[in-house]
Design a protein around this ligand. Structure first.
Ligand code: TUI
Length: 315
């Protein structure tokens, strides 16, 4: 058994969170992870308040256990979904791609536990002062919108800088990664890429197949020029995007337009040419479709084994 302070804080059995992935993290995946003892998270990214409300209610039909909602702060619907999580009495909110300051007071007054994703020490300190109960330190190995610093460098620095619990994310997909994160001071992990291939994950099979086949050097980041680099599996889309990114005759607006809808095309349509298959650098380690329960059980067994063997070289 691995029990850490975030288990009690979030009302979960195991210190494992499922990343809130746009067009991916729906009621099916989130409820499966929560039913397996982790914290399932519904992504509000691609939804307006009405759609999110429906997804939250569906999650509640499928699980009695706590779950979270991830609010992508760059979402055009951010204000209405921020209100929706209060109305629906969502127990945990994670945030990404920005600073949650504007919403903190209302969420805390509603009794919501807020756990922001942070890419740097400065942002971690800021959200701690703002009332976050924990932070998710996400390294640049992650899929999707990424910061600069690697998990290995980021987690211990954030652990030193804040006194709230730190959850590690980015490049973690098995017990070795989870044990390593705990050695760096984290008291839990968040995984996205590993849960992409969960049986209960409803994305197109072509997306899962691409993750299952991925090799170590198969991801890349694009979009640095726009201020929000995104890591995804290399394909025709990322190649074309990169070409346009380095072409100074193409405006930022044009580049944004080219990227719009690409994640939906990957996740819902499995479009190999014009889809953006966001995934982390650890995709190469993910080579088996499993249920959420199998993923979490295996992860914890491996972590326990690694942690118990940690004295091996100590004389
Ligand atoms: O948010 C993510 N990952 C994401 S969001 C997303 S949807 C998207 N689609 C197209 C373009 C851009 C996004 C796909 N993947 N992870 C959490 C995360 N948060 N990573 C980095 C940050 C972050 C960055 C800056 C958090 C706070 C922050 O504050 C500083 C500031 O300047 O806002």
């Amino acid at each position: 058994m691995i029990v850490t302070p975030i288990c009690e804080m979030l009302g979960i059995q195991y210190p494992v969170l499922q990343g809130g992935m746009a067009w991916v993290s729906d009621a099916s995946l989130a409820s499966a992870v929560s039913n397996s003892g982790g914290l399932g998270i519904v992504s509000a990214m691609s939804m307006n308040a009405e759609q999110l409300r429906e997804e939250i209610r569906q999650t509640r039909v499928l699980t009695q256990r706590p779950f979270g909602v991830n609010i992508m702060l760059m979402s055009p619907y951010v204000d209405e979904v921020a209100r929706c999580v209060i109305e629906e009495e969502v127990p945990v909110v994670t945030t990404g791609a920005g600073l949650p300051g504007k919403f903190m007071k209302a969420w805390l007054e509603a009794g919501i536990r807020v756990v922001p994703v942070v890419p740097s020490v400065a942002v971690a300190k800021l959200v701690e002062r703002g009332g976050a109960c924990a932070v998710i330190a996400e390294g640049g190995e992650s899929g999707g919108h990424v910061g600069e610093i690697t998990t290995m460098a980021l987690v211990p620095q954030i652990c030193d800088a804040v006194s709230i619990p730190v959850i590690a994310a980015g490049g973690i997909a098995d017990g070795r990664g989870m044990a390593a994160a705990m050695m760096l001071g984290a008291v839990g992990v968040q995984m996205g890429t590993r849960f992409l291939v969960a049986r209960e994950c409803t994305i197109h099979q072509a997306y899962k197949d691409r993750v299952l086949r991925a090799k170590d050097i198969d991801t890349m980041t694009t979009g640095k020029r726009l201020g929000h680099p995104v890591r995804a599996l290399k394909n025709l889309f990322t190649q074309e995007f990169l070409k346009k990114e380095y072409d100074s005759t193409i405006s930022n607006e044009e580049l944004e337009r080219f990227g719009a809808g690409a994640l939906r095309r990957a996740a819902r349509e499995g479009n190999e040419k014009s889809g953006c298959f966001m995934a982390g650098q650890i995709a190469a380690l993910v080579n088996r479709e499993q249920t959420a329960t199998e993923i979490i059980q295996q992860l914890l067994e491996e972590t326990q084994q690694v942690l118990c063997g940690a004295m091996r070289w100590v004389r």
